[in-house]
Design a binder for this molecule. Structure first.
Ligand code: SF4
Ligand code: SF4
Length: 322
């Protein structure tokens, strides 16, 4: 039996209470499509036998799944280390208690700024900053590990130092990414990319939270796709969220057969060699952290190359000066 999958990512719902300007699900998330509990249970049980250890629940907003408490109990019974990507807008008292009761649990949330004005103007929902921060305080009080992620754009760039300070005050980890995914959302994103000056400042002043500037000794593989699997709320099985190839559809297909298929293994080959011709001879490749799936996606490829290349060039400039 193939036992190489450790990282299991499940999109349990497309529903989300926010309206973020940079959201990659913009076109789908109002449809309120939820993954059936039965499909979820059978998926994670089978994956446990194939090596599954780390389970991440994502969305949309996973806590808006109408049976999220059942999903969490099933995952805990299976012995998974659970992580939840959540905007922390809808945490009921009973859910706080359930989350706090698990032995190993990590929550990842997003802040787009360090005040109501800054954050809410990106999420499009008044009071969202307050709710997220209050939920973080509550989770920390219960000893739950929390990570804050910030997508940095030209508009909220000035907020990074403030969010970093807020994360310290809240006693949570913080990381920031200047990469914007255009999938399904706003395709005018080049206006939001950081300018070269901003990227330089980001990696000179905040390299600790932005992934560093050092060249990578091992260039490829670039990602963890070989150890991963993704299930969408519509039952599509892929190797990862960004991989375009649907390898099966649940509950119709036999998941065990999908996992044993050559298509499933071959889908991970995407990470074994430079994803596009431009990367093959690239002098900046060691400073680059591209996602091979996004570079192979014809719809977003151009925008992703632009971002990855700019970031790699800035990293190179900084390290070659020191
Ligand atoms: S800098 Fe651009 S061309 Fe070079 S490896 Fe990165 S994405 Fe490819
Ligand atoms: S292909 Fe991209 S999204 Fe998928 S695991 Fe690799 S880096 Fe992550």
């Amino acid at each position: 039996m193939f036992k190489g999958i450790t990282n299991v990512l499940v999109e349990v719902t497309e529903n989300c209470p926010l309206d973020c300007r940079h959201c990659y699900l913009k076109a789908r998330r109002r449809r309120k499509h939820h993954l059936p509990v039965k499909t979820f249970a059978s998926f994670i049980q089978i994956l446990r036998d194939h090596g599954g250890l780390f389970l991440t629940l994502t969305g949309g907003e996973p806590l808006l799944h109408p049976h999220v408490d059942d999903l969490l109990k099933i995952a805990a019974d299976e012995g998974y280390v659970i992580r939840i990507y959540s905007s922390l807008q809808n945490v009921s008292e009973s859910l706080f208690e359930l989350i706090s009761a698990f032995p190993v649990m990590e929550i990842e949330t997003s802040l787009c700024g360090a005040s109501d004005d800054e954050h809410d103007s990106v999420t499009g929902v008044k009071g969202s900053f307050y709710r997220t921060v209050e939920a973080i305080k509550r989770l920390r009080k219960e000893g739950v590990k929390v990570n804050i992620k910030m997508i940095i754009t030209r508009e909220n760039f000035s907020q990074i130092a403030l969010v970093k300070r807020l994360a310290r005050e809240l006693d949570v980890n913080f990381f920031a990414s200047p990469v914007i995914l255009p999938c399904g959302g706003d395709f005018r994103i080049p206006e939001k990319f950081l300018t070269k000056r901003q990227l330089k400042e980001l990696f000179e002043t905040h390299a600790d939270v932005a992934g560093g500037v050092s060249p990578r000794r091992v260039v490829f593989p670039l990602c963890n796709i070989e150890k991963g699997i993704f299930l969408s709320s519509r039952g599509e099985v892929r190797r990862c969220m960004e991989h375009p190839e649907i390898l099966g559809h649940l509950p119709e297909d036999d998941l065990k057969a999908v996992l044993e298929s050559s298509r499933f293994r071959e889908a991970a080959n995407i990470a074994r060699e430079p994803p596009i011709a431009e990367c093959k001879e690239c002098a900046f490749i060691q400073w680059c952290r591209p996602c091979p799936a996004l570079l192979k996606n014809d719809t977003v490829k151009k925008l992703m190359i632009e971002q990855f290349c700019r970031i790699a060039h800035v990293r190179y400039d900084i390290t070659s000066r020191t």
